[in-house]
Design a protein around this ligand. Structure first.
Ligand code: C5P
Length: 225
């Protein structure tokens, strides 16, 4: 089995980020770089991390704009050869279709459904009725219709989404090994539980990056899978 752990590299400076991936590269399956890293370090930063790690890169850019603009952005990142890129499902079907069509061959395009920072009151204020769970399932359907590879969702939803989208590719953040600090993450599950429920990629940041011994932490998590 290939290692499903993608390290969320939420480290703002390039040199410590490179040092961390160099240390961890034998113990993780890929590296997730977010919008903050990309805005700060751009293409150069992505190349540096890809080179230092030799691992697949997940660009978590959460693109959301008109179809033509998102397609143009997807084309502009071909040169980075990302393995996975995120876009927002709420950008609509046409945007998702055009994003997928513009992505490089072999690059998985996955949709962010509901940001976990929003609760149902926030949703209502943006005009969305119903539960967050219903909204996730509705947007997962739309992403599937648009021909995307899968979605990003929490470990609490991945089981239900996997039932309705058998061959979907599911990226799950918000994971904590048994007995470890949850920090600002509220609705956490263990990496093993997410994997058992159908997660394809396990996004893990601080439980590895902030551990006293990051290599040991990654190995311990992998051993539970
Ligand atoms: O450090 P931690 O394991 O909590 O990092 C989780 C990563 O996943 C962070 O990069 C965070 O931005 C991202 N993420 C998340 N929850 C979501 C979507 C993305 O924690 N719903």
């Amino acid at each position: 089995m290939t290692n499903p752990i993608y390290l969320a590299l939420d480290v703002p400076q390039i040199d410590p980020a490179k040092a961390l991936v160099e240390k961890l590269k034998g113990h993780i399956g890929g590296v997730k770089l977010g919008l903050e890293f990309f805005c700060a370090h751009g293409h150069h930063g992505v190349h540096e991390i890809a080179h230092a790690s030799g691992l697949p890169i997940f660009l978590d850019l959460k693109l959301h704009d008109i179809p033509n603009t998102v397609a143009g952005a997807m084309q502009a990142i071909h040169v980075l050869e990302p393995a996975i890129v995120t876009i927002h499902a709420s950008g609509g079907r046409a945007m998702m279709e055009d994003a997928k069509a513009a992505a490089a061959d072999g690059c998985k395009v996955v949709a962010v459904t509901m940001l976990t920072s929003l609760d149902e009151r926030d949703m209502a204020r943006t005009g969305l009725s119903g539960s967050a769970n219903d909204q996730v399932l509705r947007l997962a359907d739309l992403a599937q219709e648009a021909g995307l590879d899968g979605i990003v969702c929490s470990g609490h939803e991945v089981g239900a989404v996997h039932k309705q989208w058998k061959d979907g590719f599911f990226v799950v953040p918000g994971l904590r090994p048994e007995g470890k600090a949850t920090g600002d993450q509220k609705r956490v599950v263990t990496p093993r539980a997410a994997r058992d429920d159908g997660a394809s990629v396990l996004v893990i940041g601080r439980p590895i990056s902030k551990a006293v011994d990051p290599v040991m932490a990654a190995r311990e998590i992998e051993a539970t899978l």
